[in-house]
Design a binder for this molecule. Structure first.
Ligand SMILES: *[C@@H]1O[C@H](CO)[C@@H](O)[C@H](O)[C@H]1NC(C)=O
Ligand SMILES: *[C@@H]1O[C@H](CO)[C@@H](O)[C@H](O)[C@H]1NC(C)=O
Ligand SMILES: *[C@@H]1O[C@H](CO)[C@@H](O)[C@H](O)[C@H]1NC(C)=O
Ligand SMILES: *[C@@H]1O[C@H](CO)[C@@H](O)[C@H](O)[C@H]1NC(C)=O
Ligand SMILES: *[C@@H]1O[C@H](CO)[C@@H](O)[C@H](O)[C@H]1NC(C)=O
Length: 954
């Protein structure tokens, strides 16, 4: 398990290194992804924001829907009768129908409003039209229908079940426990897949009752949103029956849900909340029953907790939770009254996923977003409330106490880039949602838990069975905050929220205390970490920022009421600061998602306090924040590194993993930046001194270690190994030898991935060459990603020029046919991860210029990539000189890469400035530190010493 984690960790580093040049990898992104799997849901909903809406001249009042899945040939048939009312006079009816759905018959009828029992009038549906590119069915009537008319549209249709994805109406085939091939069908209609299953008004705001009937094989069960009303035999087909379900409450089309499968009800119970009795059942295939034996009681307690939060029962008679075999959706299908989970998700230990899906029954089922533009608010509120519910249920043990810091740190890195989201655009909707989730958290703290809860309760009561916009939420919170007196008259929750929602940025707050007058000047501006800080229009970006202030003489971290708010202005002066020998902490516990800078004196007082025995009176997330902010502000150039490094002194005593988490990211960022400098060696010694006591104290892995401990140990080990920790390297080499001694090493790699990088980094030529041969001789029968991993480590790990040269010689000069262009791209990007890599690549380019130019003559992409990888990552004057010299001597020969080298020079100048400013400070600090460490007799004997060239081990 630990091996696997280390492997994942390396891959994340490797990936980050490979994907970008200037981007600093973020080891926390993978933690974020674990909890926030990239949901197609939000992106899909986002892409619908600008979709044209249907004509509004008639609206649906209810649906009668019959579906007949035909599993033999993966098709389905159906009939829908939509009761409609004309909102304005019209001759045309438009409704959503996916292009792949085949329409068999259409009939439009009007009814006499007074004598509803009279036979309806069949209208002449003259023609109908399908659009090739739009999922719209238009029916043209021969005469226009007056406003206020009621009627019905009846359509029969057929379509194909989805077989490759578990979306829309899908079928999956699998072997059951007896080895017999069996099938099941189910639906997942979010966000706009209902139109693939039946013609409908597929917009979330059309909420109507549905009466659903499903034809199923007799030996299977059918489930839908409501309880079964009756089962009807089919005289012509003794093997199937019709199941008719009770009429639903008004709901959006995406809430329709159907399952037909051979499932067993494992358990059910009636839960009574506020007088509404709801029968909750768990369904799964028979052989999965055992794994779900504890699920129902978890569902019950979570369900009750959520009902209590809303002070409102879910108005359903039943709620089915289905563990659906072979369901592959990234997100569960949260149909109203029928939630479809992956099997493993329903049986999993934690509460988060469960809380989330139950929460969607209220937010999404009972109230629905008025349009797709509100989908991210819906998701964010569900995210925040379900995380707090999950934490209540198990005291946060599932999330290792990491919520919300992991998502917060990711946001800090992303939003402080020069171009946020420029690299992984798919993440943009996800990060926007996370940011709003943290905004809800901030409001909960600042307007107070009571106002927050009461506001949301009012909101859901006002909007139940209907739809909402974000304004409805802000308004309800505002009214509650005014009522509770937790917000001043001059403020408005909507204005506060909007200032955070509308920007793809976060602010940073700086505090400059005036110790004589006991006042402080507070300033806000855009938080920028990547240099240069030249974002256009940044002065205009202003937020409403809560200032929760702790004073040393009165540390009460449970009081989260802001002393004041910075309105949307740049500066603010605050009074009543403590005596000059007492520190303040602003924004403790990351109440608002923003870093805080102080004057040097206040930082120093904090550093000193953290070293003292009272430091535990500052809670863990605040200790982590102080450290995180100090390093990142120094990295951004906004704080002296000496001050930031002083803030790390307390790590000697710190053993809480939550404080350590951000430390690894910082070691990686700083280490990478100063990699080419002589200071790096001293920095590595510092890192060893920091990590060795921690690692040794954590000891060997024990069977029942908590996951945070396993994680922390593995991180410490990975970083120590990188810094040359002998026990780790010797272990890795011993393991590697097993592979080298194998009689047929190409059959497979018998050792865990965690051992490979240390061997390629610190090990001998022979060991590295053995690895190279494994890539060259990689049999096509093995999984390709194993080869990719090996190649990445072969290129990315070494700190010896020889190894890198050899790889470049083989792949480029000798044009060994075992390597593809993609392999070469991968090698280039891996080499940008460390100074030995990119300097060797630069020398290789310089020395073999003519040969390479000919080789890459028709491969502009490779050439451009080579120029970029070989030149852009230098960070010092020395590097700048090298690259400038090449630029001048090869003027006019760069071809397509001309602008790339110019951009590189610009970057290097920027980074050089950073190095000139910071390296001497870092070095001075490290000198003092190392001298002190030596005086204390810290033993560095367990580490490999190496010179700049990276001495070989024997
Ligand atoms: C699928 O099977 C049904 C029932 O046997 C049949 O009516 C229908 O035509 C078949 N559809 C296709 C596309 O073969
Ligand atoms: C349904 O599942 C049960 C238990 O796995 C099995 O015994 C039975 O044969 C299955 N029925 C069908 C029709 O596949
Ligand atoms: C559920 O099954 C597991 C594993 O078989 C067992 O350890 C546990 O005690 C069971 N729980 C209940 C409530 O029966
Ligand atoms: C790479 O090739 C160059 C030029 O052919 C040669 O001088 C050098 O020794 C080679 N390096 C390695 C490590 O094979
Ligand atoms: C792959 O490498 C092997 C061993 O070096 C060599 O014999 C073979 O020719 C190479 N294959 C190609 C297609 O170049």
């Amino acid at each position: 398990m630990a091996a696997l984690r280390a492997a994942i960790l390396f891959l994340v580093f490797a990936y980050a290194t490979a994907s970008v040049l200037k981007a600093k990898p973020n080891i926390l992104t993978n933690l974020m992804r674990e909890r926030h799997p990239r949901s197609i849901d939000v992106s899909a909903a986002h892409s619908l924001i600008n979709e044209p809406k249907l004509r509004v001249d008639l609206s649906p009042k209810s649906y009668k829907l019959e579906l007949e899945p035909i599993m033999e040939n993966n098709t389905f048939r159906g009939r829908v009768i939509i009761n409609v009312e004309w909102e304005s006079e019209s001759k045309e009816i438009s409704l959503h129908t996916h292009q792949d759905l085949k329409i068999l018959q259409v009939e439009v009828r009007t009814k006499d409003q007074i004598n509803l029992n009279d036979a309806p009038t069949i209208l002449d549906a003259k023609t109908r039209e399908r659009h090739e590119k739009k999922p719209i069915l238009t029916i043209f009537l021969s005469s226009s229908v007056p406003k206020g008319t009621v009627g019905e549209i009846e359509i029969t249709f057929e379509g194909c079940l989805e077989v490759d994805i578990t979306e829309a109406f899908f079928v999956t085939t699998f072997d059951d426990i007896t080895g017999k091939s069996t099938k099941l069908v189910a639906t997942h209609l979010r966000p706009n897949n209902a139109r693939k299953v039946f013609p409908c008004f597929d917009e979330p705001a059309y909420k109507t009752p549905f009466e659903i009937s499903i034809r199923r094989p007799k030996n299977m069960i059918a489930l839908s949103n409501t309880p079964l009303k009756k089962t009807e035999d089919i005289p012509s087909d003794p093997d199937s029956v019709w199941d008719h379900f009770e009429t639903t409450l008004p709901m959006s089309t995406y809430s329709v849900g159907v399952v037909v499968a051979n499932l067993t009800k494992t358990d059910s119970m009636v839960v009574d909340t506020f007088g509404n009795k709801i029968e909750i059942s768990i369904w799964c295939r028979a052989e999965y029953m055992e794994a779900l034996n504890e699920t129902l009681s978890k569902v019950e307690s979570t369900f009750k907790e959520i009902s209590q939060f809303w002070d409102l029962s879910l108005p359903l008679k039943k709620l089915d939770l289905v563990a659906l075999p072979y369901y592959t959706g990234v997100k569960s299908a949260d149909n109203w009254g029928l939630i479809i989970f992956k099997e493993s998700e329903l049986s999993s230990r934690g509460y988060f996923k469960l809380s989330q899906e139950l929460m969607y029954q209220w937010l999404g089922g009972l109230v629905s977003p008025a349009w797709w533009s509100e989908a991210h608010i819906n998701k964010a509120l569900v995210g925040y409330l379900s995380a707090s519910t999950a934490i209540k249920m198990d005291n946060g043990s599932e999330l290792d106490g990491k919520w919300p810091m992991t998502i917060l740190y990711s946001l800090y890195y992303e939003f402080s880039k020069r171009y946020p989201h420029s690299r992984i655009t798919g993440m943009k909707q996800e990060t926007t949602c996370s940011k709003i989730e943290l905004l809800f958290r901030m409001l909960n703290y600042t307007i107070g838990e009571k106002a927050f809860k009461v506001g949301l309760q009012t909101f859901i009561n006002q909007k139940k069975y209907g739809v909402f916009t974000s304004d409805d939420i802000w308004k309800a919170l505002h009214v509650a905050a005014v009522e509770e007196n937790t917000i001043s008259q001059s403020m408005c929750v909507k204005e506060i929220a909007t200032s955070w929602v509308t920007k793809d940025r976060l602010p940073v707050v700086s505090i400059n205390r005036n110790y004589q007058t006991k006042s402080a000047v507070v300033n806000q501006r855009v938080y920028l970490r990547e240099r240069p800080h030249d974002v256009p229009g940044q002065d205009k970006l202003l937020w409403w920022i809560p200032l929760v202030i702790m004073q040393q003489n009165n540390l009460n971290f449970s009081n989260t009421t802001p002393t004041t708010w910075i309105p949307k202005t740049k500066d603010l002066t605050i009074e009543n600061m403590p005596r000059s020998d007492q520190f303040i902490i602003v924004n403790p516990e990351e109440i608002g998602p923003f870093p805080v800078n102080y004057d040097e004196k206040n930082w120093n007082m904090l550093a000193k306090y953290l070293m003292s025995s009272s430091r535990l009176s500052i809670p863990v997330n605040t200790r982590a924040k102080l450290l995180h902010d100090a390093w990142n502000l120094a990295y951004a150039g906004d704080l002296s590194f000496a001050t930031a490094l002083d803030m790390t002194a307390f790590l000697n005593k710190e053993r809480d993993h939550l404080v350590w988490d951000p430390v690894f990211t910082m070691i990686d960022h700083i280490g990478r930046h100063i990699d080419s400098s002589i200071v790096h060696k001293k920095f590595e010694t510092y890192v060893r001194n920091l990590l060795t006591p921690l690692y040794e104290e954590l000891g060997d892995e024990k069977k029942d270690d908590e996951s945070w401990k396993i994680n922390l140990r593995s991180l410490a080990k990975t970083f120590l190994c990188r810094a040359g920790y002998k026990p780790c390297i010797e272990e890795a080499q011993a393991m590697f030898k097993v592979w080298m001694d194998a009689s047929n090493p190409d059959e497979g790699n018998p050792i865990s991935n965690q051992y490979i990088c240390p061997v390629f980094k610190w090990g001998s030529k022979e060991e590295w060459e053995f690895g190279l041969q494994r890539v060259i001789n990689f049999p096509s029968s093995r999984r390709l990603n194993e080869r990719t991993y090996l190649l990445k480590t072969l290129a990315g790990c070494p700190i010896t020029s020889w190894k890198i040269q050899k790889l470049l010689n083989i792949t480029i000069l000798e044009e060994n046919g075992n390597f593809t262009d993609n392999d070469i791209f991968l090698i280039f990007s891996m080499l940008t991860g460390g100074s030995r890599g990119y300097t060797t690549l630069f020398d290789f380019l310089k020395n073999n210029w003519d040969t390479i130019k000919i080789r890459f003559e028709n491969k502009t992409n490779l050439w451009d990539n080579l120029i970029s990888s070989a030149t852009s990552v230098f960070t010092t004057q020395e590097g700048l000189d090298l690259v400038t010299k090449l630029y001048v001597s090869r003027q006019g020969e760069f071809g397509s890469a001309e602008h790339i080298i110019e951009k590189s020079l610009k970057n290097i100048r920027e980074e050089t400035k950073w190095s000139v400013d910071n390296l001497p400070i870092i070095e001075d600090w490290l000198n003092v530190y190392l001298k002190k460490a030596a005086a204390e007799g810290k033993d560095d004997g367990k580490f490999i010493g190496y010179d700049q060239e990276g001495k070989e081990m024997n």
